[in-house]
Design a protein around this ligand. Structure first.
Ligand code: TXA
Ligand code: MG
Length: 330
């Protein structure tokens, strides 16, 4: 059944569809077809200066479009399919439509750990663009229901493959330059990448990287993002008593299960992040979306995590959602 559905999507080349990946759901269109790609920008309300990820069925598909050096080969062998996106120089500036790359001479290649999505690309025999399937500025979708919430009426179909396992978008590493750098943290860490390529990888949380440039190289990272329409406030678990004293019935708390017991809130006002940084990353966008829609909730308090491993990706998304609001500075 799903195969038939995929075939229909593949052969209607000018359309866009939503597809699952292990990180978040994406919205797809043939990456070699400029007018199909334009529909993705329109469906998402995405600014045209923000380039799209190019989603491939495997390493061999990248060779048609980009220069793949030894470092990129090793990373593909180790982490693909999986949550690592590689920014690579294009073979020439005509090889992909200008709207995919926002006119840059690089593109970001991703090979998701989702069998159904890789099959879709194999059937098309072309890569598909793969931005997250949310309206621009909103939290990324980690279920097909989230996708429909934002996109019903704007897309042709959703392929429902269950909830996303990782919950935050892929790591993006820049390999178009001599000194590789993380452009967006995700499940694959700078240290893991450095180990495979035998080269230091600049990590955005390091003081050197922070002082080097204030304009992020991934254009998407400069936009307001992951933000519900209600205020999000970050709190440190060490400040739990202070938060408890301030809470009222219009506040929601998103925290580890153990920490939620301390607040003694009704289920209506609380959302469990499970017990590990992995489960927290998996739950974050669902929690933000749920409370954004829940009547009577006016503020969303979300706990911070240590910025290491997937905790770094979790905090990167949470800090953007909160737009700088922290309990300790209120
Ligand atoms: O996990 C993921 O990567 C998800 C799933 C759906 O595959 N996709 C995703 O795409 O997060 P999107 O469009 O939401 O984020 C892509 C990021 C943006 O920040 C964009 O600016 C950056 O990648 N990007 C894409 N092409 C680029 C390029 N040529 N140079 C610099 N940054 C680029
Ligand atoms: Mg996105």
């Amino acid at each position: 059944m799903i195969k038939i559905w995929i075939r229909q999507l593949v052969f209607s080349r000018r359309r866009c569809c939503r597809f699952p990946t292990e990180t978040v759901y994406g919205i797809g269109a043939d990456a070699t077809n400029a007018s199909a790609v334009d529909k993705v920008f329109a469906a998402k309300n995405r600014p045209h200066d923000n380039p799209l990820i190019v989603t491939v069925s495997g390493p061999e598909m990248v060779d048609r479009f980009a220069k793949v050096d030894a470092r990129a080969k090793k990373l593909m062998q180790t982490f693909w399919p999986g949550s690592l996106t590689l920014l690579l120089p294009l073979v020439d500036d005509q090889v992909l439509p200008k709207n995919v790359t926002a006119g840059l001479n690089t593109a970001a290649f991703r090979n998701p750990d989702s069998k159904v999505t890789r099959q879709l690309i194999t059937l098309l025999n072309n890569p598909i663009v793969g931005p997250s399937a949310n309206l621009s500025t909103k939290p990324s979708p980690t279920t097909a229901a989230h996708v429909l919430h934002d996109m019903d009426g704007r897309i042709d179909a959703v392929i429902d493959d269950g909830p996303s396992r990782v919950g935050v978008e892929s790591t993006i590493v820049d390999l178009s330059v001599a000194d590789p750098a993380i452009l967006r943290p995700g499940a694959v860490s700078a240290d893991q990448i450095a180990q495979v390529i035998g080269q230091k990888v600049i990590d955005p949380t390091s003081p050197i990287a922070l002082s080097a440039s204030s304009a992020p190289k991934a254009p998407g990272m400069k936009y307001r993002h992951y933000a519900p329409s209600k205020p999000v406030v970050i709190f440190d678990p060490l400040d739990k008593q202070e938060l408890k004293d301030r809470l009222n019935e219009t506040d929601a708390v998103v925290a580890y299960e153990q920490l939620l017991y301390f607040f003694g809130l009704p289920a209506y006002n609380s959302w469990s992040l499970g017990a590990t940084p992995q489960t927290a990353a998996e739950e974050l966008f669902s929690a933000l979306r749920a409370f954004d829609d829940r009547q009577g909730i006016e503020r969303i308090f979300v706990q911070s995590l240590a910025k290491k491993g997937i905790g770094e990706a979790y905090m990167n998304r949470l800090e953007k959602s909160a737009g700088g609001q922290h309990l300790s500075i209120q």
